[in-house]
Design a protein around this ligand. Sequence first.
Ligand code: HT7
Ligand code: ZN
Length: 874
Amino acid sequence: ALAVRLADYQAPAWRVTDVELVFDLDPEATVVEACLRVERDAGTDAVPLRLDGESLELLALEVDGGPLPAERWRLDERSLTLLDLPATATVRTRARIRPAANTALQGLYLSGSAAAGFLLTQCEAEGFRRITWFPDRPDVLARYTVTLRADRARFPVLLANGNAAGAGDAGGGRHWARFVDPHPKPSYLFALVAGRLERIEDTFVTAEGRRVGVVVHAEADAIAQCGWALDCIKQAMRWDEARFGRCYDLDAFHVVATHDFTMGAMENKGLNIFNSKYLLADIEQATDDDFRHVLAVVGHEYFHNWTGNRVTCRDWFQLSLKEGLTVYREQEFESDVASRTLRRIEDVRTLWRAQFPEDAGPLAHPVRPLHYSAIDNFYTATVYEKGAEIVRMLATALGREGFRRGLDLYFSRHDGRAVTIEDFLAALGAATGRDLAPWLAWYAQPGTPELVASGRHDAQAQRYALTLRQRTPATANRPEGQALPLPVATALFGRDGRRLPLRADAASPPVSDDGVLLLDGAEATWQFEGVAEPPVVSLLRGYSAPVRLHQDVAAADLALLARHEDDGFNRWLAVDTLGRRLFADILAGTASPAALPLWTDAIAAVLGDDGIDPALAAELLTLPDEATLSEGRVPVDPEAVHVARARLETALATALEPDLLRCLDRPVAVASQAIDAPAQARRRLRNRCMALLARAAPTHLERVRLQWREAVNLTDRLAALACLLQAEAPDAPAALDDFATRHASQPLVLDKWFSLQATAARDDAAERVAALTTHPAFRWENPNKVYALLLAFALRNPRGFHRADGAGYRLIAESITRVDALTPQVAARLATSFGGWRRYEPVRRAQMRHEIERLRARPHVSTDLADILDRSLA
Ligand code: HT7
Ligand code: ZN
């Protein structure tokens, strides 16, 4: 497909002010009547009106109430073009679409079976054009009136965006419902839902005094699991008012759960649709992590109501304008209502595992890409997570109050408009009196910057000089990058662990009250006064910039930070750095047993600290995964990485055995079915201790078995099962069978059962995964199943996926072909697992390349898949 380029952007020549849609819903054949009020831009004349439309069957076309002569319209596979229209016109079309046959899950489709399932839409990014002809681009904002008609018994619930505006009987067993959305919106935010759904609801009164009905809809067997989500919605509404002054703006907020969804969720105006994985949660069927993910994703979609919906994107190159900002808001929400440190550690782990490798490989792109051929492939870790890091850096650089003022100005300037990243930076800059133009480079330049820190202590002058240098090195695909603004949150510690004052002399670049140094060129030096002894320097506190830090710190200094840093993230980072150094030594064959105790003692000291958050303690006991440990190494030998990591984990478990036992045997005062943050944190730590003990000695498997038998929540049951599997215990197969029987009717729990087996680092993992694709609960049409089994294998079982005989690669390549015929977006996502092929040792590199080329050479490759394959090979 032809690439779309940011540089070619042109404002639309035609606007659509109002849209009326009437749907006659039927899974086999739905008829969509659309009436568009169109206006030609004053500055343009004789420009044809081009409407996007795909997989639509044209039944009727009228302009201003009459037929249009054949020479004044053209229809092809992708568009309907109308010629010689007056400057304002009413265009009416009627189309037939086939939801039950739509396995791409874009546009109008069926969730579940034809007999009992329900109808729903997914329009972002370009799905609306599969519903009706329309300028399907985010800078065309229109007011929508939508009427749904359907069989009353089969589709008792009818929902669309906006406020309810009437309902009634349509005769012949059918009924209708109408919705008016007063807020102009782009077509990607359109949604409808129709089917047999149950609901739970509540009322929320906004700070502006609006009474809002908050309603969660799900199929009958899932509605009992929606209580947590309803609670999370109300928390998110209150939080956005308190933290960012943003209130909800319709009479009702509806949320719907579906098992058939390619992504996490969708922020359609007033009618959010969720992958059931991120909406349903109860103690029997969801883990503690699931509960937190529901909180985060519910928050994320709700926050889009302002960052994305009220202020939207001019074009899809600006995707991070809404996604980066909304991820940041989601992170802050979870940090405020749950644990800041834990959320930060998880976010940074994700950045290192997924975004850094993406930014270093052939699929690297700027946070604001310059061109695309399949926009669906740009919902990436770079656009989302790196985009959120940029927003976080801006918030750090402007301070909490300055950032809030900037966002207020952004909303008031651009409410109801489709804007750009420049507009965002301009508003933040205007509100705080800062020139933020240099920050645009963060959006424009791919690659992860390297930050090198060096220091010199002058005992006599009692000064400490800290020099920071940055570089974004060239790679095969791009030249060296320019210097970027980098906020470096810094603290100095004395040898006794106490914080030292951070007083820079007058000649140094400025330091903010909260210790942030802003490096805005290639290099700068700060001279700190009153530093009597060589300090221990803690940089990038809270991971204040998404860079690779090179700092020559003695292991003893890291151990000191592990004990005394009051920034929870950097405390964890000190331990993580010690662990990675040991891993590198094992991998290089230079490990010395003497180095181990500094690391394990540091962890033991923290574990023994009664004041420590158990969730943080659990994180200290969790090594980086193999993908993260492989990151930045060339060439990667996945087998060697796996073995070295396992050795390190066993060494940790053995060294800490008494501490882990003490931790496990500590009496617990919480109910094992409580889901509050302290209860979750304690479970996390206990399960981590149990997993390590199972590594240390097989005798500890008895504890695991006890937990397996007595668990009263899914977190504990699954943790025990994972230990049995990891140890390849003789009773593991029976436990797996028991688990499958017990949860046979619970699709989300079965997904975890598939993932557990997919990620078990066994010699025969590829064969087992292949066998599981024939399990009765596995469905190729269902993205959650494909992700749970195949994507989990490709991304989280490096030993299995990269097996030396290429069986893992073949399995994933064959799966991609199969899925591409059904759901191209899912196939493209699976194919990203081959993206890092150049980093592997020569045999694996050749095998991966061969699979990519073989896939590309097949007939009928989708645009989405072709795009990933082509860019991977470039
Ligand atoms: N904004 C949503 C994007 C999304 C999407 C994109 C492409 C194809 C399918 C999709 N489903 C949802 C997700 C979000 O809130 O970030
Ligand atoms: Zn989003």
